[in-house]
Write a protein that binds this ligand. Structure first.
Ligand SMILES: Nc1ncnc2c1ncn2[C@@H]1O[C@H](COP(=O)(O)OP(=O)(O)O)[C@@H](O)[C@H]1O
Ligand SMILES: [Mg+2]
Length: 154
């Protein structure tokens, strides 16, 4: 089966299970890996981390991806609890390492009033209102479970 058919067959997003791909490519082998395709970035989800790099398909998108990574690095420094924390980054926006969240399903997104949620009173969470901009951290922990924005670099 061709690689793009594997990607296209992913049930919920344009992402693909790297564990499946690697059997074809022979590179990554970790089962808990996933590759997601954002508008301006590619995001490798590995264990508890999300590694974001600019897309290289087009020069314009690459530049926007650099800017988005730089923006997220800056915004994360506010310490606002609604932003998925950037743990580490490379200057210039070439790489951002974030905590990995569990992205909202469409049903969860529709059940939540995210328009209101982003308005915190003192500030607005800078995320586009769509399901894959948000996710949960520490979902298994009833006390510390936290809804966060994962795409706030635009
Ligand atoms: N911290 C994260 N944890 C889990 N998944 C993430 C995280 N950040 C991004 N993703 C996934 O990767 C996709 C693309 O990342 P995103 O930040 O939206 O890139 P872009 O700005 O290029 O759209 C997201 O829609 C989401 O599915
Ligand atoms: Mg996005």
């Amino acid at each position: 089966m061709k690689l793009n058919r594997l990607i296209g067959s992913s049930p919920d997003t344009r992402g693909c299970e790297v564990s499946v791909l690697t059997q074809r490519r022979g590179s990554l082998t970790h089962k808990n890996c996933r590759l997601e395709y954002g508008v301006t970035r590619r995001v490798l989800l590995v264990g508890p981390w999300a590694l974001k790099v600019p897309a290289v398909t087009e020069w314009r998108l690459f530049l926007l991806g650099l800017l988005a990574n730089m923006q997220e690095t800056l915004w994360s420094k506010t310490g606002w609890p609604e932003l998925c924390p950037v743990l580490w980054s490379v200057p210039g926006g070439f790489l951002v390492v974030m905590r990995r969240a569990r992205i909202l399903t469409e049903d969860e997104f529709l059940a939540l009033d995210m328009e209101s949620w982003v308005d915190r009173g003192d500030y607005i969470v800078p995320a586009e209102i769509k399901s894959d901009s948000f996710g949960y951290l520490d979902e298994a922990d009833f006390v510390n479970c936290q809804l966060v924005a994962v795409d706030y670099g635009n």
